[in-house]
Design a protein around this ligand. Structure first.
Ligand code: F0G
Length: 450
């Protein structure tokens, strides 16, 4: 197949370059903009679309068959779809932890609470390192390995670094991560050490870490694995395919994603758009992005209608999305506009309550993921999501990433101003080890008096 070739298209100028010509910071030196991976069959390559266009019906069957295979790349929920991300010369050398294959759960109690008929959660926190980053990391780190890099690097609020460290270890590459000191959840910090990366805590925020990383990769043969790397997005588009497959090729009406550095919403947008272009589905869902109120530059840009996004000084306990100057804002803005979605924000109490509600479904997620539910409530109030619509929340990280946050909620240190939150609080009960004490506590709980 002639599909093993791709170009990188600058999203600002539409100029194409060969993959080997890309600068170390993955920005077009002329426009300062990011690139997108473009295949011979991509919609943007109008002249070539007739050539080598993947066949939707055949691929649906092939992908289903691969589920029975014992081959690692067939078991991966990213590489199973490799026909739509032909970025490697040799797919069998993909560095995989069998990522993807994540559940699409229903949230019946939350749906009822909100008056929705159909609410689902695509739980990307069920990936090998506990976040959606694995789907992108398997793609971009495999490219790094294939191109012979010995070192990889990223700046991170914690999940990217955990994923990168794991995949680098699998591939035998060295990894250096830059994280903001004191502003990442412990689960994530421990992962990058566990997987053997060089872990640098910089005395700055995420945006400061990104700057430092830029300097380092410019002067050294170290491969940058932040989400400005367009191959990350090729992996992160695959949950769009998986969602459609899990819904028997029905498209949800609305997909709601958290927004930090703003790559993921655009990756999923690319996934759905390609599926439609290739005839797998007949429409794309609305894609809405929700930010934390303390880290809301895209929300502000949507409200102000300025030409350029104005960075903010970010602060939120949803540390995964504590980002003031998001690299991929233009890509995300285009996807929101193209799909008819919206950008909203959620304050700290709204996030904490939403997280508890997702926890109470027996699912759980990290705080940054819970912004999706907090945002959905607002979109419903505004009439942007209607009761009969099929809504999917994209949960990005596992609840165990940030147990400190959960414990603080149950100790009434979060969302204390929200009366509804009280019903969800389950602080631990400390008792003497005797039966009558335990029985008294249990009876009080059964009677609903505590
Ligand atoms: N949710 C979680 C759990 C995240 O870790 C991130 C980003 C996001 C949402 C936002 O995704 O950046 O594509 O808009 N975490 C990055 C990191 C920045 O370094 O782990 P985005």
């Amino acid at each position: 197949m002639a599909m093993k070739s791709h170009l990188l298209r600058c999203i600002g100028s539409d100029e194409r370059i060969a993959p080997k010509d890309v600068a170390s910071d993955f920005r077009d030196p002329a426009t300062g903009e990011l690139y997108e991976v473009e295949y011979p069959w991509s919609e943007t390559r109008k002249a070539d679309t007739a050539t080598a266009r993947p066949n939707a019906a055949a691929l649906r069957h092939l992908w289903a068959d691969r589920r029975d295979s014992t081959l690692a790349i067939d078991q991966s929920g990213v590489w199973r779809y490799r026909d739509l991300l032909p970025i490697l010369q040799d797919d069998e050398k993909a560095v995989t932890l069998r990522e993807g294959n994540t559940p699409l759960y229903d949230l019946p109690r939350t749906a009822k609470l909100l008056g929705l008929d159909f609410l689902l959660a695509k739980h990307q926190g069920m990936n090998p390192t506990g976040s959606f980053k694995d789907t992108g990391m398997t793609a971009a780190l495999s490219v790094a390995a294939e191109r012979g890099y010995k070192w990889v690097a990223c700046a991170s609020t914690g999940n990217t670094s955990a994923a990168m460290a794991a995949y680098a270890a699998r591939a035998g590459l060295r990894a250096i991560v830059f994280i903001p000191e004191g502003k990442i959840a412990w689960g994530k910090l421990s992962q990058s050490m566990d997987y053997g990366a060089m872990t640098v805590q910089l005395k700055t925020d995420f945006d400061g870490c990104v700057k430092m990383l830029g300097e380092i990769v410019r002067k050294n043969p170290i491969y940058l694995l932040n989400s400005v790397n367009p191959y990350r997005l090729e992996g992160q588009k695959t949950p769009a395919i998986e969602i459609c497959e899990q819904l028997d090729w029905q498209v949800p009406d609305h997909l709601i994603v958290p927004g930090g550095n703003l790559a993921n919403g655009s990756a999923l947008g690319k996934g759905f758009t390609e599926l439609k272009h290739l005839g797998f589905v007949d429409r794309v869902p609305k894609i809405s992005v929700i930010q934390a109120e303390g880290a809301n530059p895209l929300f502000q840009w949507f409200t102000n209608e300025e030409k350029l996004l104005a960075p903010v000084t970010a602060d939120t306990r949803a540390t995964a999305i504590r980002i003031g100057n998001p690299a991929s804002w233009r890509k995300a803005a285009r996807v929101i506009e193209a799909t008819g979605g919206w950008c909203e924000q959620a304050n700290e109490s709204e996030i904490a309550l939403a997280k508890a509600q997702i926890g109470a479904e027996g699912i759980g997620c990290e705080p940054a993921s819970a912004v999706t539910l907090a945002g959905l409530k607002k979109l419903m109030k505004q009439g942007r999501v209607l009761p009969g619509e099929r809504v999917v929340l994209l949960l990005t990280g596992h609840t165990l990433k940030d147990p400190e946050y959960t414990i603080d909620f149950h100790k009434d240190m979060l969302a204390s101003d929200v009366p509804e939150a009280a019903a969800y609080r389950k602080p631990p009960v400390v008792l003497e080890p005797n039966e009558s004490a335990v029985m008294r506590a249990l009876e009080a709980e059964m009677a609903g008096t505590v």
